[in-house]
Ligand binder design. Structure first.
Ligand SMILES: *Cc1c(COP(=O)(O)O)cnc(C)c1O
Length: 357
């Protein structure tokens, strides 16, 4: 039986996509083999690679002067790849709004003069610093921020105010809401949150930023190399790219990012409204900075949190345990989580509250 899976990543995928992948697993398009058993230079796979690329461009309205790359190593690999490719003056500023933002900064420190432009660490990352007030240094190569903070459940709603190149980690909110790609120099996202199985990472980079990689940049991290080879410099993660293509088709068929954004906002509003109207559950994030993808909450005690997670699991509402850094519960309600899943969660929360108040 399928459960409602609130995992933060790897996470739930759309059922029609899983069914299609299952159907094609023994025989992809009459080839007599699955997509994951054939050469990445074969015609069928190249067509998948091209279609995935084209659909992502269409869904995100990516301008022609940007490259779309499918690389490996996860978002964490990008923490190094970004400075290795983009530093020209040797310095960049970081906004620290959570664990992944901090990791990106710490990795960056190995390669350049990195500064913390703003941080919400003193408040355990419960808010996003006011972008009208954050100032950046002169002569920096980029400003890095994490668009949606997967662990703490916050998200940027205003972009940093700077003429410097904007670099953002969109691992947990890519394709969840409309973004203007042209405002960014580089966007990266591990696929396993809102797109596909783990193994492929999306990089969307303005072409004019390519070609300045540091001499010590490993070939495999060099964006220009992947761009020149249509992401087929070496063997790519074929199966995750194939599932990405299926997810992009699914998203396009339902009306694209504007349509899913509307559903995502409805799902998030339902859940936050319920939490805010309850005296039992609490979400600690500054209201205007709340994520629409990851919703952390706590009950009145750690004992009740543990009981909640156990009983929810028994009812088919799984992976609700919060990250060890945040505690409590976290419901990740990515694109593939249906409205019914959120309704089922709220019903369970009501029942649990009545029984444990
Ligand atoms: C999950 C996540 C990461 C880490 O991704 P990996 O693919 O495991 O390296 C980085 N940033 C954000 C925002 C994430 O949600």
């Amino acid at each position: 039986m399928r459960v409602f899976n609130f995992a933060a990543g790897p996470s739930t995928l759309p059922i029609p996509v899983l069914e299609q992948a299952q159907k094609e697993l023994l025989d992809f398009n009459g080839t007599g083999m699955s997509i994951t058993e054939m050469s990445h230079r074969s015609k069928p796979f190249m067509a998948v690679n091209d279609e995935a690329n084209a659909l992502l461009r269409e869904l995100m309205n990516i301008p022609d002067d940007y490259s779309v790359l499918f690389v490996q190593g996860g978002a964490s690999q990008q923490f190094a790849a970004v400075p290795l490719n983009l530093l020209k003056n040797g310095k960049a500023d970081y906004i620290l709004t959570g664990n992944f933002a901090t990791k990106a900064y710490e990795e960056g420190l190995k390669y350049g003069d990195m500064a913390i432009a703003a941080s919400s660490k003193e408040a355990n990352y419960t808010y996003i610093p006011d972008m009208n007030e954050v100032k950046f240094r002169d002569g920096i190569d980029y400003v890095h921020f994490t668009y949606n903070n997967t662990i703490f459940g916050s998200r940027f709603t205003t972009l940093p105010k700077t003429d410097a190149t904007l670099v953002t980690d969109m691992s947990s909110n890519i394709l969840s809401e409309v973004v203007d790609v042209s405002k960014f120099g580089l966007i990266y996202a591990g696929a396993q949150k809102n797109i596909a199985p783990a193994g492929v990472t999306i990089v969307i980079v303005k072409k004019e930023l390519l070609g300045n990689a540091s001499p010590i940049c490993p070939t495999m991290l060099n964006y220009a190399i992947h761009d020149k080879n249509d992401s087929l410099y070496n063997t790519p993660p074929c199966f995750p790219i194939y599932v990405s293509m299926l997810v992009f088709r699914w998203l396009k068929a339902m009306g694209g990012v504007p349509a899913i954004q509307k559903i995502n906002e409805e799902k998030a509003k339902m859940l936050y409204d319920f939490i805010d109207n309850s005296s039992f559950y609490t979400n600690k994030i500054n209201k205007k900075d709340r994520s629409i993808m990851n919703v952390p909450f706590v009950s009145p005690s750690e004992e009740l949190d543990a009981k909640f997670i156990k009983e929810a699991t028994a009812e088919g509402l799984v992976s609700l345990k919060g990250h060890r850094l945040a505690g409590g519960m976290r419901a990740s309600i990515y694109n593939a989580m249906p409205v019914e899943g959120v309704k089922a969660l709220i019903n369970f929360m009501k029942k649990f509250e009545m029984e444990n108040r």
